[in-house]
Design a binder for this molecule. Structure first.
Ligand code: NCD
Ligand code: ZN
Length: 348
């Protein structure tokens, strides 16, 4: 039995850090284990211009505790008013590593997102030309489409047409939750990859809804049927370079989760690496963990792999994680997998 594993230091290819006191509280949870992360731009107001991204990057670095290293990989929030020239300059300087597409109204703070895709055609053409990835929240917002079908419908109605209309556009389908998402990624011979979250490898919609509603398991895209969770596990552990980790760790303070209209988002930064080791071990795929967390992402983003290593160690007793972390903005509940976990990152 394997009880110890050395990996290149992992990266998180989809992370919400927020701002202010929340940023201060959650950043160490990621920086403790991860070298870099793609930082989501859905602040209020969103990170839209190169100047916004530079300022936000400065605030992240200022919030980093002394002695920790972490590189925020900045993204811009695509709006119908995004200026291709500003984007080109922000990418050329190395500041911006991707652009995020939220269909308007799809999720938390997405009202500035795109309604009319013809209006962003010029930006997408520029991105295809310079090779800048488009990170896509892949859900339609049509009220007539059932929430559990929104990812599959998005592929047919929006994503496939965008990719056909913009040859060379490099896309990351973020936080895929369905077998249709995984199959669509596999069907592409180039310019398409997907991130998978930790929690979607662990929960299905029963965990969310059976025996009482569990607000801390509510996220978007919402967890689907068991067959989809199994399809995601197969994709994540396959070694296929098109699949890599994006935790979508999305902190909200407890009062905003535990209420009549709770916010979407699971906070997994604290225990993600332990949970992934558990999942990959269950799938007899510990040898594929490093590809998923540390190799496939940088390869797709055309960035160097991290040289530093972390060690994962499996003990005899379950690891105890805090139920919540306390931030200056309030308490944030840490994702509870619902089973004991024996892996932890060694404190070297
Ligand atoms: C994210 C958030 O809270 O910002 N929530 C979530 O459920 N994942 C937004 C998002 O990525 O959809
Ligand atoms: Zn997200």
């Amino acid at each position: 039995m394997i009880t110890e594993l050395a990996l290149r230091r992992p990266d998180d290819w989809h992370l919400h850090l927020r701002d202010g006191a929340m940023l201060q509280g959650v950043l160490p949870e990621t920086a403790r284990h991860f070298a870099r992360a793609i930082i989501m731009p859905n602040l209020v107001p969103p990170v839209v211009t190169g100047a916004d991204a530079a300022a936000y990057r400065g605030r992240i670095l200022a919030a980093l505790p002394a002695g920790m290293t972490f590189e925020p990989l900045m993204t811009l929030y695509l709006t119908e008013g995004t200026d291709p020239a500003d984007l080109r300059a922000a990418a050329a300087s190395g500041l911006v590593k991707a652009v995020k597409l939220y269909p308007a109204g799809a999720t938390t703070n997405s009202h500035s997102g795109v309604r009319d895709f013809d209006k962003v055609r010029g930006v997408l053409d520029t991105m295809a030309e310079i090779g800048l990835p488009l990170c896509v929240h892949g859900e339609v917002t049509d009220p007539a489409v059932d929430i559990f079908d929104r990812e599959a419908v998005f592929i047919d109605r929006v994503l496939d047409p965008i990719r056909r209309a913009t040859p060379g556009l490099r896309v990351v389908m973020e936080h895929i939750t369905t077998s249709q998402g995984a199959d669509y990624v596999r069907s592409a011979d180039r310019d398409l990859a997907a991130t998978i979250t930790t929690h979607h490898l662990i929960i299905n919609r029963n965990h969310l809804l059976v025996g009482g509603i569990r607000p801390h398991y509510y996220c978007l895209p919402v967890a689907k049927r068991e067959e989809h969770r199994l399809a995601l596990r197969a994709a994540a552990t396959s070694g296929d370079p098109r699949f890599f980790l994006g935790t979508d760790s999305a902190p909200h303070v407890d009062p905003l989760k535990e209420c009549a209209c709770g916010c979407a988002g699971c906070f997994t930064a604290t225990n993600t690496m332990s949970l992934l080791a558990h999942v990959f071990e269950q799938e007899n795929a510990l040898d594929q963990l490093e590809s998923f967390t540390s190799l496939n992402g940088p390869a797709y983003y055309r960035l160097p792999m991290n040289e530093a290593r972390i060690r994962l160690v499996k003990g005899d007793a379950p690891v105890s994680f805090p139920d919540k972390i306390q931030t200056g903005a309030g308490p944030v509940t840490v994702f509870d997998p619902g089973f004991p976990v024996f892996w932890q990152v060694a404190q070297d």
